[in-house]
Design a protein around this ligand. Structure first.
Ligand SMILES: Nc1ncnc2c1ncn2[C@@H]1O[C@H](COP(=O)(O)OP(=O)(O)OP(=O)(O)O)[C@@H](O)[C@H]1O
Ligand SMILES: [Mg+2]
Length: 226
């Protein structure tokens, strides 16, 4: 049996007005690999990603993390898991405009390890920014860097706390072609070099090239496509 970090059994999510956004989805997310969830707009990609990232719970069916049924966990335990084990990357970046690039990446680190001195966090951020060739942007505010740079900062922020899984919802949705390619390559490198598990919901077919596991969704259901 392959090693899965998350698996689901028949998860269904019905929004009000009887919209079945997810319809009995069973899948597993392989540890240390890149999973890409792809499908047309409205097919349930974000809904599925939110279930896997424990941001929302299914109306029926089960989600397991490391073999454990997450419905048995308390709200506090779930929040701790999200905080310590998960990193997030969003289509609209969600960087705080009043904070510099460095401070944006430091915030989740300070929440995660409040007892560590500020300088230790700063050093970690500086290493990461260098790795991403963003060291010159350290003191810039998000509104003064490009979209591609913003998303690289978001990737930095998502991995800074050394999470096990990075969830990304349409991470290239606001990037041009070149920046999209750069981001896809960056994710591939992080997966290879750091062994991080990625779960990416996207329309962008270029992600399929780096995926070890592809989930096609149509109308909330998994379809098998060659
Ligand atoms: N909060 C909500 N309340 C009601 N319906 C919702 C809600 N969120 C999503 N839906 C509906 O559920 C279905 C799946 O939506 P979802 O956002 O998961 O799709 P998606 O594949 O991520 O689409 P996109 O590619 O446009 O981001 C759609 O029919 C959508 O309109
Ligand atoms: Mg979506």
């Amino acid at each position: 049996m392959s090693d899965s970090i998350i698996h689901t059994e028949n998860i269904t999510r019905i929004y009000e007005a009887d919209i079945k956004a997810l319809d009995s989805v069973s899948l597993s997310i392989p540890r240390g690999k890149i999973t890409v969830i792809i499908g047309p707009s409205g097919s349930g990609k974000t809904t599925l990603l939110n279930m896997l990232a424990l941001l929302d719970a299914p109306d029926s069916g089960k989600v397991f993390l490391n073999g454990r049924d997450v419905s048995s966990l308390s709200e506090t335990q779930v929040a701790q898991i999200r905080n310590r084990m998960f990193g997030f990357v969003f289509q609209f970046f969600h960087l705080i405009p009043e904070l510099t690039v460095e401070e944006n990446i430091m915030v989740p680190l300070m929440i995660r390890q409040p007892n560590l001195p500020l300088n230790a966090h700063r050093e970690r951020v500086s290493h990461l920014l260098a790795e991403f060739h963003l060291e010159e942007k350290v003191a810039r505010y998000p509104n003064y860097i490009s979209g591609g740079e913003k998303q690289k900062v978001c990737i930095c922020r998502s991995i800074a706390g050394d999470p096990d899984i990075i969830f990304a919802d349409e991470p290239t949705g606001n990037l041009d072609r070149d920046s999209s390619f750069e981001l896809i390559t960056l994710i591939q490198t992080l997966n290879k070099n750091k062994g991080k598990t990625f779960v990416i919901a996207t329309h962008n077919e270029n992600f399929l090239k780096i995926a070890a596991n592809i989930i096609y969704l149509i109308d909330g259901k998994i379809v098998h496509r060659e």
